[in-house]
Design a protein around this ligand. Structure first.
Ligand code: PLP
Ligand code: MN
Length: 379
């Protein structure tokens, strides 16, 4: 028998620029460029109208091609949640990155220091020993980094618990070498998805009052606090008008998902769905059931099953590893085998993290394939 040979079959790309959308192999993650560009402009214009910087969160998309477009439109830089996540963005030329998170442990601090020699890096702190470790690693690498004290304004995640703690941590940052105190991070994720516009506004106002308490304490201590970073898609309209935030960290606004589509937007701000999963009906075992060729390995489901775009009569009732089970309201509305469907994911961030690349589509044609280079970089 012939000896086993190494396979020479390369996996073809899901699509090529110029292809009609029907030619895209599935499952694929599709970005509708017209809607995406509208969303980028809407948020950028909103921020600029209020004199607030926009620092979009790149954990939403993990894609340098997207960050480059956000910065080109006027974003002051980007946020990343993890140090490793920042690496492909800095490599692609993004010059200003806030790690909107606490960074603990020598391997991460060393990587942060190396990045800080190539780009303006900022990082959040809420702990004395973490500040000391950050400073000494920066000294070792002859790097410098800006520091935001993370304040807990109600999310009950990370962050110092009192203004006194914030002031004393800021003083420590000011005292130690190679790190500079520049301000605070005040992010409250819990209120981003509050359904009612009115309740979201009230909750955002409460957060703003909490931030003011911290800013007063800094003023009394005669510590300048030029940066107040925070806010997300759900509260951005209030955050920019609050007079306390100097930069907004929203991420989802560029894409939207069913989670955010479900909240009440009033007529304050409108973002369009730009992100879709493209799937193909692979089986129609009963007159009402259609099975699509994508599941948990292509879409997040912790915020609910994906919604079927353009087909109000189709409902996703189960998400398996590699299948979505759809039920049609009537026999007439059940799609045939081979039909392509666009699905809207429940939550964009973990969905991007499942894909190697975005198929960027303009109208009915593929314009480009963008690598999701920070996919899986969660250290
Ligand atoms: N800032 C931080 C620290 C976050 O954790 C998040 C999202 O979870 C955001 C900003 C962006 O939020 P959104 O995608 O809801 O706009
Ligand atoms: Mn999210």
């Amino acid at each position: 028998a012939d000896p086993p040979q190494a396979s020479t079959i390369a996996i073809p790309p899901a699509a090529r620029p110029g292809d009609p959308i029907e030619a895209v192999d599935t499952p694929s993650l599709i970005l509708d460029l017209d809607a995406f560009e509208d969303n980028l402009r809407t948020m950028q214009v909103l921020a600029e109208r209020h004199g607030v910087a926009l620092r979009p969160h790149a954990k939403a998309h993990k894609c340098p091609e997207i960050a480059i477009r956000q910065v080109a439109l006027g974003a002051s830089g980007i946020c990343c949640q993890k140090v490793s996540e920042a690496v492909p963005f800095v490599a692609a030329g993004v010059r200003d990155v806030l790690i909107s998170n606490e960074v603990i442990g020598a391997p991460k601090l060393a990587l942060l220091a190396r990045l800080a020699r190539q780009a303006h890096m900022s990082v959040c702190v809420d702990n004395v020993r973490a500040v000391e470790a950050l400073s000494s690693m920066m000294v070792e690498y002859e790097a410098t980094v800006n520091v935001l004290v993370d304040i807990d304004v109600g999310q009950k995640r990370c962050g110092v618990q009192t203004p006194e703690e914030a002031v004393s941590l800021a003083r420590l940052v000011q005292k130690l070498p190679n790190i500079s105190f520049v301000g605070v991070q005040a992010y409250h994720g819990g209120l981003q998805h509050k359904r009612s516009l009115d309740q979201r506004q009230k909750a955002a106002d409460k957060t703003v009052r909490a931030i003011r308490g911290y800013l007063d304490a800094f003023a009394r201590a005669q510590i300048e606090c030029p940066v107040v970073s925070g806010g997300g898609t759900g509260t951005a309209a209030f955050d920019v008008a609050s007079q306390v935030y100097t930069e907004i960290q929203a991420g989802t606004y560029a894409f939207m998902d069913t989670d955010y589509a479900a909240i009440d937007w009033g007529d304050a701000l409108a973002f369009r769905h730009s992100l879709y999963l493209l799937g193909t009906v692979m089986s129609t075992p009963t007159p009402e059931r259609a099975v699509v060729d994508l599941g948990l390995k292509s879409t997040s489901a912790e915020s609910g099953a994906p919604r079927i775009a353009d087909h109000p009569d189709l409902r996703c009732v189960a998400v398996h590893d590699e299948h979505c089970i759809l039920l049609a309201g009537s026999r007439r509305s059940r799609p045939e085998v081979g039909t392509q469907l666009r699905l809207i994911p429940g939550h964009c961030d973990p969905t991007f993290n499942l894909h190697d690349c975005i198929v960027a589509v303009r109208g009915q044609h593929v314009e480009a394939l963008w690598p999701i280079s920070a996919r899986g970089l969660s250290r």
